[in-house]
Ligand binder design. Structure first.
Ligand SMILES: C[S@@+](CC[C@H](N)C(=O)[O-])C[C@H]1O[C@@H](n2cnc3c(N)ncnc32)[C@H](O)[C@@H]1O
Length: 495
């Protein structure tokens, strides 16, 4: 007989408190079956089983059985390759500089399952000649998974994303299995640990250089995730790195990190490192336009204005369209109307004339940042964007304005990065794509520029009116589309 729903709910709550796992409504059937099965195995009624489990505490062996049944342990070697590139290309070199030597590196794979993640990191260290010794710690709650990890014997399926060269170099074939090289195994230690518990010896202050905690916290309840994150944060050295899974983000959870992007992916850096953004930039592979041809060439504002004559020949003149929707609940429409007519200084005055608390709302701040870039005050605009991003790091608009500001001061690398983040945060946002395309074309990056402009063209057709008014530099939708087409034509691409 199926357990009583009240017992299932009590079990759900007990699992959440002990293991951190939030068993969603859709997993109720699974939860109920697990409860029934385990209660029978212990010769108890379901209600009595739950009470016993709670009374004995999270260290009781019965929790292992529950863990085995309820954890999701999907993993494989070289998972999310772009994050691994960021690990090798950004996190590793930076942390090696921060430490006295490679043997001081400390890397944690939190929720390592059957070991593929920490072993991948070990392979990457070896491949890049970093002799870090047994630097990597893999921890998980699931004892059966840890046993598999220690055996280090894998199926072809676990290696489906591993590059062929890595497979040949670091695995020996034994029947149908691939057995990991002992020298890689020696770099990783495994421990049974609960990320939802205090575990002071795991979370020593400022211990780790890099923590991979991918696809783990997404199964936690918000409360447990917040607690686990606090432990993770405290145990990362200032300037150290945190990699989460693709579906996970720190949005709204903490302000202790900088959101970083490189190699087409996102990751987090604990604040407090020495000038992290500039240092990281210096370590990224130099881009061909580093010499800043755009800065000499005038940049975005000049580009967009310089193109206006060509655009006029191609489309209706970029007139002023009175658009009804303000970007906020506040009535910012008069300010936006002035912005659309390129009367930036007046618009700024009008905005400043609003009540101070209104002027400090997020939309008004963003509008102010846009206006400041137009009146040639990029440093103030950038400072404002940083404030906006400190409150919400996923603000694509503020990211794009940061890109404009960076470009203004000749930092093309920074401008590209901010636009890439903006485009990633909001894939429907046309302006960062257009900006990337313009910068790319002027820098001679023809194929990348054409790709960005083609994308911008598609996005502009659907772009939100309010956002066009805010970021369109005084151009109408048609004007911007025409700009895209003419830039594409100059690249010799199909427009
Ligand atoms: C989906 S796997 C992720 C494996 C690897 N990080 C990856 O991304 O490929 C999630 C792992 O988190 C572990 N886990 C879940 N709750 C945990 C907890 N409270 N403490 C430690 N590990 C936990 C599970 O046992 C499972 O092995």
């Amino acid at each position: 007989m199926a357990p009583d729903p009240a017992d299932v709910e009590a079990f759900r709550g007990a699992v959440e408190r002990a293991l951190g796992l939030e068993l969603a409504e859709v997993r109720t059937g699974e939860l109920s079956e697990t409860l029934g099965r385990r209660a029978r195995a212990r010769g108890l009624a379901p209600g009595a089983y739950v009470r016993d489990l709670v009374a004995r505490g999270a260290a009781h062996p019965e929790w292992r059985e529950v863990t085995q049944e309820l954890t999701i342990c999907e993993t494989y070697f070289f998972r999310h390759a772009e994050q691994l590139r960021a690990f090798v290309g950004v996190a590793l070199p930076e942390r090696l500089r921060a430490r006295a030597g490679p043997r001081d590196l400390r890397i944690l794979s939190a929720g390592c399952a059957s070991g593929e993640e920490p072993y991948t990191l070990a392979i990457l260290l070896r491949e890049h000649g970093v002799d870090a010794g047994p630097a990597i710690r893999g921890v998980d709650l699931n004892r059966a998974m840890l046993e598999r990890a220690r055996r280090a014997r894998y199926s072809a399926w676990a290696l489906r994303e591993a590059p062929e060269a890595m497979r040949r170099r670091w695995f020996a074939e034994e029947g149908r299995d691939a057995v990991l090289d002992p020298s890689i195994r020696a770099m990783v230690s495994f421990e049974e640990r609960n990320l939802a518990a205090e575990e002071p010896s795991l979370w020593a202050p400022e211990l780790y250089d890099v923590i991979f905690c991918r696809n783990v916290l997404m199964y936690f309840s918000p409360e447990r995730a917040r607690e686990a994150l606090a432990r993770i944060t405290a145990s990362l050295a200032p300037g150290a790195y945190l990699f989460l899974g693709h579906a996970e983000s720190l949005r709204g959870l903490t302000d202790d990190y900088l959101l970083r992007s490189a190699f087409g992916t996102f990751f987090y850096q604990r604040r407090g490192g020495a000038e992290p953004e500039r240092r990281a930039e210096a370590l990224l592979p130099p881009l061909p336009w580093r010499a800043s041809p755009l800065a000499a060439d005038g940049g975005w504002f000049e580009a967009i204005r310089g193109a206006s004559e060509r655009i006029q020949a191609l489309s209706d003149p970029p007139g002023v369209t009175a658009r009804g929707d303000a970007p906020a609940e506040l009535d910012l429409r008069p300010v936006v109307a002035l912005l659309e007519r390129e009367r930036y200084a007046e618009a700024l005055d009008a905005l400043d004339a609003l009540a101070p608390e209104a002027a400090h709302g997020p939309d008004a701040r963003l509008l102010r940042a846009v206006l400041l870039t137009h009146v040639g005050r990029p440093a103030e605009a950038e400072a404002l964007c940083r404030e906006i991003l400190a409150l919400d790091e996923r603000g694509a608009g503020a990211r794009h304005v940061m890109a404009l500001c960076r470009e203004h001061v000749g930092d093309l690398r920074g401008a590209m990065e901010h636009d890439l983040v903006a485009a990633h945060l909001d894939p429907t946002f046309a302006m960062p794509r257009l900006h990337l395309g313009l910068m790319g074309r002027r820098a001679g990056e023809r194929s990348a520029a054409a790709r960005d402009l083609e994308q911008a063209l598609g996005l502009l057709a659907r772009e939100d009116d309010g956002r066009l008014a805010l970021f369109g530099g005084g151009f109408t939708r048609d004007g911007l589309i025409a700009l895209c087409r003419s830039e594409l034509a100059r690249l010799g691409g199909a427009a």
